[in-house]
Design a protein around this ligand. Sequence first.
Ligand SMILES: Cc1cc2nc3c(=O)[nH]c(=O)nc-3n(C[C@H](O)[C@H](O)[C@H](O)COP(=O)(O)OP(=O)(O)OC[C@H]3O[C@@H](n4cnc5c(N)ncnc54)[C@H](O)[C@@H]3O)c2cc1C
Ligand SMILES: Cc1cc2nc3c(=O)[nH]c(=O)nc-3n(C[C@H](O)[C@H](O)[C@H](O)COP(=O)(O)O)c2cc1C
Length: 578
Amino acid sequence: MTPPPNVLRASPFAEDQLQLIERLLREASPEQVQWLSGYLAGFQAASRAKEPAASAAVAARPRVPLTILYASESGNGEALARAARKEAQRSGFAPTLLDMADTAPERLPPGDLVVIASTWGEGDPPQRAEPFMAALLAPGAPRQEGRRFAVLALGDRAYANFCATGRMLDSRLAELGAERIAPLEECDLDYAAAARAWTTATLAAFAPRESATEAAVIRVDFSRAAAEPDESPPRFEAELTERQLLSSSRSSSEVWHLELTHETRDLAWEPGDSVAFAPRNDPALVSAVLEAAGLVGEDPLRPALADRYDITTLTAPQLSAYAALTATPPLPPSFLEGRQLIDLLEAAPARLTPGELTGLLRPLPPRLYSVASAPEAGAIHLLVSAVRWQSHGHARNGVASVDLVARRNAGERLLFTLRPNPHFRLPADPGCPIIMIGPGTGLAPFRAFLQRREAAGAGGKNWLFFGARNFTHDFLYQLEIQDWLSSGVLTRASLAFSRDQPEKIYVQHRMWEAREELWRWLEDGAVLYVCGDAKAMARDVHATLLSIISDATRCDAEGAAVWLRSAIADGRYKRDVY
Ligand SMILES: Cc1cc2nc3c(=O)[nH]c(=O)nc-3n(C[C@H](O)[C@H](O)[C@H](O)COP(=O)(O)OP(=O)(O)OC[C@H]3O[C@@H](n4cnc5c(N)ncnc54)[C@H](O)[C@@H]3O)c2cc1C
Ligand SMILES: Cc1cc2nc3c(=O)[nH]c(=O)nc-3n(C[C@H](O)[C@H](O)[C@H](O)COP(=O)(O)O)c2cc1C
């Protein structure tokens, strides 16, 4: 784009500054120029922030409508969308915040659209956003001409389908005729700073340019953009007061009950909520990484590698970055299969500086655990399965689960963040029947549900489906479940111990066996909850539910899918799976 030279020459800039501006504008696309104009308007507004007259002038102008649409499972995207709404409001937009779960493509308000979406499962949308995504991807989806949009994708580079939902949204909106106003932003787990910068730049790009004839003026608020998001969930420290192995020593799994006491006042959690645990890496692995990188003796680096950096995950960008750094040929992507950072450092040894090593690493992400107790129990309980496996001849341990169950001692203080899960709560009506499907550690939130219903004397019927490998070795919270059955808190328990007989029996088999009664409960308005493994269990349970609905209503697969979609929309089928 060529800048008008006469206008530039009459400016208050020095010759060298003018040359810089001229060069920038000559090489800029119309989209970049538009972004820059919004940026400058916002920059100016920030400089004038202390002048009340300027703010009043902005406030007096009509606001520009903007839809902020989010798809979120564990709340990261939702918090970013809320922060974006605040920033948009401060900047003179009239933003509408929409959860994808509560809308449909044909009901989206017309006009500019900011989308923030995370990816779950194995490249899937957040569950409650599935109907929206299916409708947007369907052949008859509404055209989007005349709409401008920008997408921020949340994901985790450790997954093969990194940011798949955001990528899909970005390409589909363009395919349907909408105009992409900013490139897709793909964020890893350390998304906070990138998301803040993206929000600011995107709002500036959407801002109409100031002119004498335009009534609406946007000033993107740069003074606040650098601040922390306003709605960060509460962090707290808790003391590990008890740890008990629930599975027997002869079990093939290792599941622990943990109790944590905290002194944080006002730490209000609800049954169904989770906590995010900030883990510490295995000190033996820290030593191995330092040694493999030729950094033995770099003791100041040790604490950072212990609790600030992710030293296990290995991703394709890390393979390339390491190859570039060490001037070695990059290992093929197939090397990633089942391998960790230490395998890379040992396969292609090189001496790194501390900065080179940490430059390869992302921040250590926290891990989520469902709270297995209601506040009435007086403490936070967790049900943690130790993740341990063998890979390429090495014994490997899950960072957080093994830290919690094996490396921390009673009396130690641990760092958590409360992760409220408003979409996985007990029904407001204590008389409403509930069906809980929670094999393995999926049992955790249902223990909290049952504690709450017992404490409240709730009259609603409660049906639990629980499963594990062996009755003798893996029946978690067996005595409590049996007590709840005898006291009537649990109306029914359907148990599936997969390895107690020659054929494998899982919770979905128990659901099918009890399909007539299960359907009667659903017809009576029961809310059905699923928690636990996403890869196999939740998919099989979903498929079985579809079969049960088809069987009961004599409808085809599409009819059953419609029934389940409306159950999701009505909050009668809720999942918290991982
Ligand atoms: C909303 C939510 C609630 C959750 N609630 C609970 C809960 O109540 N209890 C609970 O125990 N967990 C729960 N989890 C899971 C928990 O957050 C962690 O993911 C889990 O403990 C593993 O973390 P880690 O740090 O120990 O393992 P990581 O260090 O993260 O390692 C896990 C990774 O190891 C690899 N891996 C694991 N097993 C194998 C194998 N056999 N072969 C090859 N590679 C393998 C995989 O790449 C896997 O992704 C929940 C997760 C979510 C999202
Ligand atoms: C069980 C599970 C599965 C996930 N699957 C993917 C995935 O396939 N691809 C990806 O990029 N990110 C994946 N993620 C990472 C999430 O997208 C990431 O944590 C994101 O910040 C969550 O945002 P939300 O809280 O708004 O849902 C997964 C996370 C979990 C816990």
